[in-house]
Design a protein around this ligand. Sequence first.
Ligand code: G3P
Length: 217
Amino acid sequence: MKFFIDTANLAQIKEAQELGILDGVTTNPSLMAKEGITGTNNILKHYVAICNIVDGDVSAEVIATDFEGMVREGEILADLHPQIVVKIPMIKDGIKAIKYFSDHGIRTNCTLVFSVGQALLAAKAGASYVSPFIGRLDDISTDGLNLIDEIRTVYDNYGYETEILAASVRHTMHIVECAKLGADVITAPLSAILGLLKHPLTDSGLAQFLADYKKGN
Ligand code: G3P
């Protein structure tokens, strides 16, 4: 399973990259705004800065919601760096834009996916990645992980190559459950990724080993 970090924070991206387990980065307009990155030029520069830190795909989201606007913005984003994947919302013109980019060799990530039907359309249009938002489904008392399971079944039924990128991952167990269900990728905050390290028996076991070493030396 690939690990992406879901942030526009350069320090956190560096920390995950230095850990040696990072396969890519996802961003969105909210994450950019959270880091205080505003204005088209600054946003474009920030994408390049991210690409220069990480070895892997970097999702950069279009703001336009019409086909022509998405194509125009997506081509600018794709030209920035070979690692850029154009992130397109799951709307009617978005599907048309994904098909256009797929036909022109530009990789896409279809975002804001909340149903199997949406995921099926994204795959048919040739999306490289589909992003089901599991945490936001949990927020409305729906089982987000079940959506990962259902998309996995449908994609495997027909051999779709679109990668399932589990997004809106909120905590460590989401990551573990996505791995069990066969998500191709998870994108998570650094805290959820680092949570995988933690176990009290590791801490107490290590403390005991070090104490025993000291006794003998
Ligand atoms: O990758 C999508 C993600 O950023 C949304 O996460 O926590 O805002 O639902 P969240």
